[in-house]
Design a protein around this ligand. Structure first.
Ligand code: NAD
Ligand code: DAU
Length: 332
């Protein structure tokens, strides 16, 4: 079986692929990774010489390349995306191109070659923001940022390919992931790497915004349950079960890094900042037996320890991102 995985040089996709490659059972798939290696992707996330892995550097918007890879694929798990909300506020173009056009390019090719299941990795942000309670999968989509609007578009396109053409598409919508190998622009690795470097951390607004934290390995477990046992045309929410305000999270990160509140800069709020995300994940629990295995306290401690022990991984990424941002500023 040949599994095509897009975006697996990034945080979640690479965790998923490393997990599948570690399980050396007779039915273990051969994995072809298609990744453009944008600023967010790095080959250091993948065991490049593994005999069951083929890495192809390329763009999911490249119809010719996608067609060639899809002709050899049996199934798809689609992670590739522009994933950072703040970047989508600075400029939405790359988000529409990769997240919408790239997904459509993959769906067209999957249809041409009869490939399925096609697992589309979406996000809880497509639902918008919720003050109390949790969203079931049937909740209407009300995305607020250019990022989440582009993800909602690709999510709906994927479902439309099932309704219209009968393609075996399965969509997952998960909450905020954390764990090793997360690019140091997202709040946990940004705050941890800043604190380890003796720098301050920027807390947006009043810090009251709430996120539900999901360990990346639990997310990957959920995705694989959907790939192997889910139903065509269905959406599955995947949650972590640990809701925290950003202020509470910051307190835990300060404590883990032995720092005080004087290291926190209260900065202007994110534009259009969603107040709270919360998914009801009883469907994947009841139907596929999904339960998160990581408890947040030890998961966070292990994550902080990983960043402390793996400076070689994140320092070059942070330096490159800072250089690119300086170049961008000079242009304007
Ligand atoms: P990431 O930014 O760490 O990785 C994205 C990967 O996609 C990178 O390796 C990048 O090189 C690749 N990529 C980007 N544009 C591409 C293109 N045009 N062609 C080919 N490859 C391209 O992202 P992540 O955090 O691992 O997220 C993976 C998926 O999960 C995304 O679809 C994201 O929307 C979704 N998601 C993420 C979270 C989270 O908390 N990180 C939560 C919910 C959903
Ligand atoms: O909910 C799933 C989503 O989670 C995914 O779809 C996205 O790809 C992923 O990036 C994440 O989006 P968020 O915007 O929730 O994650 P981020 O880490 O950027 O921010 C988490 C919270 O922390 C958010 O309320 C904003 C706040 N924050 C973030 C940064 C980067 C700060 O206060 N300061 C910061 O510097």
């Amino acid at each position: 079986m040949n599994l095509l995985v897009t975006g697996a040089a990034g945080f979640i996709g690479s965790t998923y692929v490393r997990g599948l490659l570690a399980a050396d059972t007779p039915d273990a798939p051969h994995i072809t990774v298609l990744d453009k290696l944008t600023y967010a992707g790095t080959l250091t996330n993948l065991p490049a010489s593994h005999p069951r892995l083929t890495f192809v550097q390329g763009d999911i918007c490249d119809a010719e390349l996608v067609d060639r890879l899809m002709a050899e694929a049996d199934q798809v798990v689609h992670f590739a995306a522009e994933s950072h909300v703040d970047r989508s506020i600075d400029g939405a173009g790359a988000f529409v191109r990769t997240n919408v056009v790239g997904t459509q390019t993959l769906l067209d090719a999957a249809l041409r070659h009869g490939v399925g299941p096609f697992v589309h990795v979406s996000t809880d942000e497509v639902y918008g923001s919720i003050e109390t309670g949790s969203w079931p999968e049937s909740h209407p989509l009300q995305p607020n940022s250019p990022y989440s609007a582009s993800k909602a578009s690709s999510d709906l396109l994927a479902l439309a390919f099932h309704r219209t053409h009968g393609l075996d598409v399965r969509v997952t919508r998960c909450s905020n992931n954390y764990g090793p190998h997360q690019f140091p622009e997202k709040v946990i690795p940004l705050f941890v790497s800043n604190l380890l470097d003796g720098k301050n951390v920027p807390l947006y607004g009043d810090g009251s915004n709430v996120r539900d934290w999901l360990h990346v390995e639990d997310h990957c477990q959920g995705i694989d349950l959907v790939r192997t046992g889910g139903r065509a045309g269905e959406v599955y929410n995947i949650g972590g079960g640990t809701e925290l305000s950003n202020k509470e999270l910051t307190g835990l990160l300060l404590e883990a890094c032995g720092a005080d509140w004087d290291r926190v800069d209260r900065v202007a709020d994110r534009k259009g900042h969603d107040q709270r995300y919360s998914v009801d994940w009883s469907k994947i629990h009841d139907e596929l037996g999904y339960t998160p295995k990581h408890d947040f306290t030890s998961g966070l401690a292990d994550t902080v320890a990983w960043y402390r022990d793996n400076r070689d991984w994140w320092e070059p990424l942070k330096e490159r991102a800072a250089l690119e941002s300086r170049k961008e500023q000079e242009k304007h």
